[in-house]
Design a protein around this ligand. Structure first.
Ligand SMILES: Nc1ncnc2c1ncn2[C@@H]1O[C@H](COP(=O)(O)OP(=O)(O)O)[C@@H](O)[C@H]1O
Ligand SMILES: [Mg+2]
Length: 621
């Protein structure tokens, strides 16, 4: 056969055995949707810009794919159905280079061996087309026919000759769901191609070619998606990640609208899927599934697509980096769009004209452990009581001011003018202007703020616990503990059990910024505390921290450092019932969103709840 195919008109070659062996052999056709997938791949590879899919009885009786692609020349028609015949790979290097969808050269042969296939095809440059019939691998007819340019493959009575397979099929509903997903994948990966899906007598999709990604998605999943879709894109030397996420509120009870593609090929990737869903958990709860389409572009050499017979799973050379990058990109996109009231820029302006007496409620201001210059210049800070540096992430957000503008729709121009027009004006205007930005405190417990698509509620205590916790944790990792020395060292008496715990935890406590000297008789001398603890409080903070620690100890399996940081945060975080100024609220949110895990307190309780506008509207219906 190989010699025959070398005639100049033929573009299909049989793969040499070393390549065909290299390609994991396997059952390509497992169910009707596998046929749909292979036929769509071929139509896409053939450069079609319109593809029509006709399904009858969930694919049991008919699967037909009609494209306006290149068509197949007469010499190649029979060859299409030979095992390992493909026009897409010529040698080993191609195997790695190829970015087309299917390249095993076994799909058509496999399909033809288990169904009754009618192929009609005509190349655009030819006058005449052909009709070719093959049933269960046996040629039935091959004749010239007047057909449109392109290719139509009709697959009838799938598994007619493999009874076991036929019985293995699930209900029509299930099989159709697989087909639908397959079509959705192809349509998402190719918004430039028009797709038509007809099932029995219904037109399910009629998607025009050259759609934008957003049009394509709302065309398939409903108009309600369109307004809330967020695009994202991040490029690194190793990997490009881009895609579209839906508002977390548009979740469904069942899986099915999650899509991952690698180099345009739909794939399954458990680890990545799990990672993405866990980001959404914050909003959706674990029972709901959000829509997303994530496209990964990598050098084909970095992925092995042939680990799975139906090419659905891929293995990345560096899975960990891929996951890490994708996670951070998705997280950032979601945060920006739906929750993060980014106030970093404004905070800086506010600091330059801090109202007098503002900080009187709190014990902050010019502490010594401020590592960053910016911080030293600004006496007013959120009362974190533990005055570690702000996580560096917040500085990254500075470039995202655009987003905060969208979020609040406030007029940045007038803000700036206000802030620059002298201290006094700044002071008197501030409360009014701050309120205009949309921060409210509810019952001195919750901060309310609007996001573009709803209302965001923050539990001030939980939120601050998260902030203090992360700062305390990172303090224990810092080389030099940041301590505020007390003017007069204090001797504190402990119970025997408290003291033995204190002894045990002493190294960590020191690193958190306490300066504690253990003495005889269950006493300790405290000569320094973490910056921003109220002076006079050190005894109670230390004791209740130990107490809290013991409680956590019984319940949680965290390491000591973590438990201690939680204990410290619980004690020192601002409590419910504390009145906060607008600036304090703003700073609290700013610091919260600079945290690693802004959405949960250290014990995984939510810090933020989000009510979509629709839900509010629904209440007034
Ligand atoms: N819709 C189509 N339009 C043009 N050529 C096609 C089409 N379907 C199949 N072919 C040709 O048939 C060959 C075999 O297809 P297939 O068995 O799916 O193998 P592969 O896609 O891996 O090459 C393809 O390489 C291609 O040349
Ligand atoms: Mg193929």
């Amino acid at each position: 056969m190989t010699q025959e195919t070398d005639s100049s008109n033929s573009i299909i070659r049989q793969l040499p055995p070393e390549i065909s062996n290299k390609i994991a052999a396997g059952e390509v056709i497992q169910r009707p949707s596998s046929v749909v997938k292979e036929l769509l791949d071929n139509s896409i590879d053939a450069g079609a810009d319109h593809i029509k899919i006709v399904i009858q009885n969930a694919g049991r009786t008919l699967i037909q794919v009609v494209d306006n692609g290149s068509g197949i020349g007469k010499e190649d028609i029979r060859l299409c159905f030979e095992q390992h015949a493909t026009s897409k790979i010529q040698d080993m290097d191609d195997l790695f280079r190829v970015r087309t969808l299917g390249f095993r050269g076994e799909a058509m042969a496999s399909i033809a061996s288990v169904a009754q296939v009618t192929l009609k095809t005509k190349r655009h440059e030819d006058d005449m087309g052909y009709k070719y019939e093959i049933w269960g691998g046996e040629e039935k007819s091959f004749e010239p026919a007047a057909v449109e340019a392109g290719t139509s493959v009709a697959v009838r009575n799938l598994f007619f000759n493999v009874r076991a397979r036929r019985q293995f099929l699930k209900t029509d509903a299930t099989e159709f769901r697989h087909i639908l997903k397959t079509v959705q994948q192809a349509a998402l990966a190719n918004p430039d191609i028009g797709f038509e899906l007809i099932a029995d007598t219904d037109t399910i999709y009629d998607l025009p070619k050259e759609q934008s990604m957003k049009e394509r998605i709302s065309g398939m999943f409903g108009k309600s998606y369109k307004a809330s879709l967020i695009k994202f894109r991040e490029e690194t030397s190793y990997l490009t990640v881009h895609g579209i996420l839906a508002d977390p509120k548009l979740t469904k009870r069942s899986r099915g609208e999650q899509f991952i593609f690698v180099n345009g090929r739909p794939i399954q990737h458990r680890w990545l899927t799990h990672t993405i869903l866990s980001i959404y958990d914050t909003w959706t709860g674990e029972k709901d599934y959000p829509f997303y389409a994530i496209f990964l572009e990598v050098d084909p050499k970095q992925v092995d697509v042939n680990v799975h017979p139906a090419k659905e799973e891929v293995k990345f050379e560096d899975e960990r980096s891929m996951i890490k990058l994708t996670k951070s990109v998705v997280k950032k996109a979601l945060n920006e769009q739906f929750l993060v009231p980014d106030v970093t820029d404004r905070e800086q302006k506010d600091d330059s004209s801090s109202p007098r007496g503002f900080s009187s409620n709190f014990n902050f201001g010019g502490r010594k452990n401020t590592g960053s210059k910016q911080k030293q210049d600004n006496p007013v800070k959120f009362p974190s009581r533990i005055n570690f540096d702000r996580p560096e992430k917040s500085s990254k957000k500075r470039g995202q001011n655009d987003f905060s503008k969208q979020l609040y729709d406030f007029d940045d121009q007038s803000e700036e003018q206000g802030a620059e027009s002298g201290q006094d004006a700044g002071q008197s205007d501030r409360p009014q202007r701050m309120r205009d930005r949309g921060f409210w405190q509810l019952h001195d417990c919750y901060i309310l703020t609007q996001t573009r698509s709803g209302l965001c509620m923050i539990d001030q205590h939980a939120a601050h616990k998260r902030i203090v916790y992360e700062k305390a944790l990172s303090a224990t990792e810092a080389a030099i503990p940041s301590t505020q020395q007390l003017l007069f060292a204090q001797t504190v008496e402990f119970s025997a059990s408290e003291f033995s715990l204190l002894e045990e935890l002493h190294p960590i406590i020191q690193r958190m910024g306490f300066n504690v000297q253990l003495m005889s008789g269950n006493t300790a001398m405290v000569s320094g505390v973490p910056a921003d603890i109220d002076v006079g409080d050190e005894q109670s903070v230390l004791k209740s921290m130990l107490h809290q620690y013991k409680e956590l100890d019984g319940k949680f399996d965290f390491d000591e450092r973590r438990k201690l940081a939680i204990a410290f945060a619980s004690k020192t975080a601002i409590q419910k019932g504390k009145k906060l100024t607008d600036l304090e609220m703003e700073n609290l949110l700013d610091q919260l969103f600079a945290c690693e895990e802004p959405y949960k307190d250290p014990l995984n309780k939510p810090t933020i709840e989000y009510i979509p506008l629709e839900d509010i509207e629904a209440r007034f219906r």
